[in-house]
Design a protein around this ligand. Structure first.
Ligand SMILES: [Fe+2]
Ligand SMILES: [Fe+2]
Length: 287
């Protein structure tokens, strides 16, 4: 597989995420974006950090969510290109491309919500990338998939019940279903990659995942002061801690076994339900 594949697969402007659409550029080394509290999900390794320092309004917050949803489109497309070059099975590639399509829908939905509330989503810029070894992909998947996408799925479920904005609540119901599927996919991918790594490399991936869990916990351990935070349906600091504890005790400690990880995830995270219930150990009351 030549480098051309990696150049062209980044062109995602047809996603119609916004105006201007996605941009790509060849450039210097990658910078991982430092996201705002609770906005998580899979990010491309080479995403150029253009996050605003402050989010002041609901429109800004939704615009940032749209930005990260759009970044996930690039992340899944890159992953599919990378894994195709490593002769991954067609079924896995299909699921990755289907996840990219999901993220296109999410980006469009969040972008429309943001614009109607005065927000302007920024374009996503991702430098071109080269083929990476399986270990690098596995390390990235441990952080961006098994940890951040899993958290993003759980958070989306909570938002689908709690957001005060009825339009957002409705949008999050579909997004939460997709994100739970993406979280499962991350664990399946981790297993496929793990089977192709050495014991030492698998230990590195485990360490990476543990480090990503700690980093996420630090990132989330803040008391949100913005009024829009509750309006968007995010969990409180205490709920966040409880959810992280439960995920840490179950899902994130599960070792290289996608079936048990999936079962654990399903056990701890029920899909959106009108009746509310317990989400990874934190009680959540729907609106
Ligand atoms: Fe998404
Ligand atoms: Fe996702």
């Amino acid at each position: 597989m030549g480098s051309e594949q990696f150049n062209t697969c980044w062109i995602v402007s047809e996603a119609g995420y916004g105006d201007p659409p996605f941009q790509t550029e060849a450039g210097a080394g990658p910078t991982i974006v430092n996201c705002l509290y609770t906005y998580t999900g899979r990010r491309p390794r080479a995403l150029v950090d253009e996050c605003p320092p402050e989010t002041l309004t609901i429109g800004d917050a939704l615009a940032h969510a749209a930005y990260l949803e759009a970044a996930s489109v690039a992340a899944f497309r890159d992953l599919a290109c990378q894994l195709e070059a490593h002769a991954a099975p067609a079924s896995l590639l299909r699921r990755l491309r289907s996840a990219a399509d999901d993220e296109v829908r999410h980006a469009r939905a969040m972008s429309a919500l943001a614009r109607r509330r005065g927000g302007t989503p920024r374009p996503v810029r991702v430098p071109r990338t080269r083929r990476r070894p399986l270990l690098a992909i596995a390390l990235e998947n441990a952080t961006e998939g098994c940890v951040r996408e899993t958290w993003g799925a759980v958070c989306a479920v909570v938002q689908s019940l709690r957001a005060r904005d009825p339009e957002l609540r409705a949008a999050m119901r579909g997004i939460a279903r997709d994100e739970l599927r993406h979280a499962e996919l991350s664990w399946h991918l981790g297993a496929w990659l793990g089977a192709r790594l050495t014991e030492e490399e698998r230990a590195l991936v485990d360490l990476e995942r543990a480090g990503a869990v700690r980093a996420l916990a630090r990132e989330l351990d803040v008391t949100p002061r913005e009024a829009w935070h509750a309006q968007l349906g995010f969990p409180t600091r205490e709920e966040t801690r409880a959810m992280l504890r439960a995920l840490g005790a179950g899902v994130w400690k599960t070792r290289r076994n996608p079936s048990s990880a999936r079962r654990e995830l399903r056990r701890r995270v029920r899909g959106p339900r009108r009746s509310g219930g317990s989400f990874v150990g934190a009680s959540v009351t729907p609106r």
